[in-house]
Design a protein around this ligand. Sequence first.
Ligand SMILES: C[S@@+](CC[C@H](N)C(=O)[O-])C[C@H]1O[C@@H](n2cnc3c(N)ncnc32)[C@H](O)[C@@H]1O
Length: 298
Amino acid sequence: MNDYRIQTTKDGSLSLYSLSYEEGFHDKDGALRESISKYLLPAQLEQFSTTEKIVVLDVCVGLGYNTGCILEKLFQSNIKIEWHGLEIDQRPLNLALNQKIFQKTWSPKLLHFFNCINKSGEWNDGFNEGNIHWGDARQKIYELKGSLKFDLILLDPFSPQKCPELWSEEFISVLTEKLSIKGRLITYSTAASIRASFKRAGLKIYSIVPLIDNQNKWSSGTVAMRKELEAHFISENCQFKELSTREIEHLATRSSIPYRDPTGRGISKEIISTREIEQSKSQLINTSSWRKRWNTAQ
Ligand SMILES: C[S@@+](CC[C@H](N)C(=O)[O-])C[C@H]1O[C@@H](n2cnc3c(N)ncnc32)[C@H](O)[C@@H]1O
């Protein structure tokens, strides 16, 4: 387990730091807080209140916070859940389940869910069901039934610079195919490359509004959908909004050049260097000019 360092985040919730990726699993401000603000609130679960069943895909389950927040909320309704998770490493969830503060975070029903997927990879409580597919998400995604369409896809890999393979144009295109007509693909990433890949995949994108105490951030993430959202979802409940001029201009810079992984088996370093070469040859605006323009505009 020496690949991971346990840390307690500012809201008191447990998180991990990965020594091999040199990156934390969550915001230092709070693991739980991050899942609520960047995944649960933008999911606007109230829109599913008249739905019989909701199908959820968690890409990079890790300690399971994103799934945890969503399922706890859904348990309070009569909606049937079909859940699928993709994760390469079983150790983070295993480690978390052995920590008291993690156990105290969740209801007995949710801990039962976590224990089931941790022990057998499956969960079935007679009403809801779920499966975790351990291994590289790029290959494991093909274990999901082709006909399965997801209402929610929670995309939470390490940052694009550390884990570009899960942010590639190709992987995003596969995820897009799996999104239901009214489904939402939600991620903490605001990177131009990721947003541009969503757009090229034909998705409409929205910017997640930062929490009130984090207003110096211009965005907290991205929600991508097949169809334009009905206006009342945006206005009534300001979890996300249309992209600002600053964000739209960001998509026209060199940062919008995608990560490419045509074989689905590319190595991070190669994916990064191929992109750097493409950026160096690009005619697109330099991202530093965009940054300078918006820093002076503030
Ligand atoms: C930022 S953490 C996810 C945090 C998680 N959502 C949570 O709430 O705790 C990134 C996760 O991606 C997993 N990961 C890295 N490469 C992967 C791959 N190729 N396929 C699937 N999972 C991968 C890591 O093991 C790690 O658990």
